[in-house]
Design a protein around this ligand. Structure first.
Ligand code: HEC
Length: 117
């Protein structure tokens, strides 16, 4: 039988590892003052991007395809749009999300078939 403090220590370590794998702003404090780590649904959030970037990130028009790009490149682009201080379409899009949401979107889009551009 594991004693309670060992169990709590293991839980604390596990929580730290989850937090370390995600961008820093992923924790929220709920209405009861309890701090929680968000687990954004990248698939759901990415659906909004398809309005301009095509279904599954496969563009049919002028705007770049985003499906199948590397998660690191996508997250880097989105962070750049978010912080560039401009008021163009993508900067406004990116600013509407927490970093952990942008990260989840980038992760999900990277699992889609690459569109080769
Ligand atoms: C209202 C239309 C619109 C929506 C919605 C939209 N985008 Fe964009 N996106 C654009 C346009 C236009 C550009 C080109 C902007 C530029 O080059 O400065 C762009 C550029 C990008 C780029 C850079 C592509 C490259 O190859 O340089 C990425 C990455 C991107 N968008 C991701 C996303 C993601 C992720 C979402 C959803 C959260 C999203 N976009 C939602 C219009 C949109």
């Amino acid at each position: 039988m594991m004693n309670k403090s060992v169990l709590l220590l293991l839980l604390a370590i596990a929580a730290t590892e989850v937090a370390a794998a995600l961008p820093a702003d992923c924790s929220v404090t709920d209405a009861n003052g309890v701090r929680r780590v968000m687990q954004p649904n990248g698939e759901l959030l990415a659906a909004q991007c398809y309005q301009c970037h095509g279904d599954q990130g496969r563009s049919l028009g002028e705007i770049d395809s985003i499906g199948g790009k590397s998660a690191g490149d996508l997250y880097g682009d989105l962070r750049e749009f978010k912080s560039n201080g401009k008021a163009d379409i993508m900067s406004l899009q990116a600013r509407a999300y927490r970093d952990c949401e942008l990260y989840a979107i980038a992760q999900y889009l990277s699992t889609l078939p690459n569109q080769g551009d």
